[in-house]
Unconditional design. Structure first.
Length: 279
């Protein structure tokens, strides 16, 4: 009797998990289907390659695509070395004490701060105090601070998954601690680090408030890192708020979704090749 009760509970728990997973997938597909249905009519080659006209009501979104790529790549390039260094310090060079707990508490608190607060900080510190103005570099530095917690946490967890025997074997063969980290630990943790980079890219691409307050909203192709620009998320927000170019707004949303899916797909392929090479 008791065995039958446990079996029923197990089946109910498994069914509940399937229902939760199904609801999650259903919500995702409903959102994607709605955006695709509304935005597909606006997306064509001219929409992707033309300059915007009448403040984005007509024409394409080419400058916003370029600005988004610049902001995403630059923010990740700034944040990744800092995050990997912090994660290595927390996992390999310190013990669990008040300092590491304080650092982790600060990282988790940083992850919970609303994006508008980051935007205000970036506007006051980078745009005004450092006199960088509304520019690609101001936006990228602000986004780098925003994605740091994600990168630190994922890198830290991926380093922790490397078996202790790898470290002991390397040290026993005469390698120094840094050589062990560089040649053994980091290569084994690469998939987790790349996962963190993907998550960071996704957040950087999707941010609106922080980018608007630091990178600006000029509809032009940035020629230098100190040029004002408009990201796709900001362009989408402004078009939808004005309410006069809803079709263009949905088209921009569709391009943004495809852009993020492409990043994830490309990274998945690279990770698969890396795993085959390692094995």
């Amino acid at each position: 009797m008791m065995a039958n009760t446990k079996l029923v509970q197990e089946k109910l728990g498994k069914g509940l998990l399937w229902v939760c997973a199904g609801i999650t997938l259903a919500i995702l597909f409903i959102i994607l289907a709605y955006v695709v249905k509304q935005g597909l009519a606006a997306v064509n080659w001219d929409f992707l390659t033309e300059m915007p006209k009448r403040r984005g009501r007509l024409g394409g979104i080419y400058p916003t695509i370029i600005s988004t790529v610049y902001l995403m790549l630059l923010s990740v390039a700034i944040a990744t070395p800092v995050a990997v260094g912090a994660a290595i310090y927390l996992t390999e060079y310190t013990k669990d004490n008040w300092l590491t707990r304080l650092i982790r508490f600060g990282t988790e608190s940083l992850a919970g701060i609303p994006s508008i607060i980051f935007g205000l900080f970036g506007y006051i510190f980078f745009v005004l105090y450092l006199d960088m103005g509304w520019s690609i570099i101001s936006g990228a530095l602000t986004l780098a601070i925003m994605i740091l917690p994600i990168l630190i946490r994922t890198t830290e967890e991926s380093i922790k998954t490397v078996p202790i025997s790898y470290r002991e074997g390397s040290l026993a063969l005469g390698a120094t601690k840094w050589q062990t980290i560089q040649k053994v630990i980091l290569p084994s943790a690469v998939p987790g680090i790349i996962t963190g980079v993907i998550l960071g890219m996704g957040r950087a691409v999707g941010e609106t408030a922080a980018v608007m307050l630091t990178a600006g909203s000029a509809l032009r192709i940035p020629e230098t890192l100190f040029d004002n620009s408009r990201a796709m998320s900001v362009h989408l927000y402004l078009l939808s708020m004005e309410g006069v170019a809803i079709e263009k707004a949905y088209g921009t949303a569709l391009v943004l979704i495809v852009f993020i899916l492409f990043i994830n797909l490309a990274t998945y392929v690279l990770l698969s090749r890396f795993a085959k090479k390692v094995s």
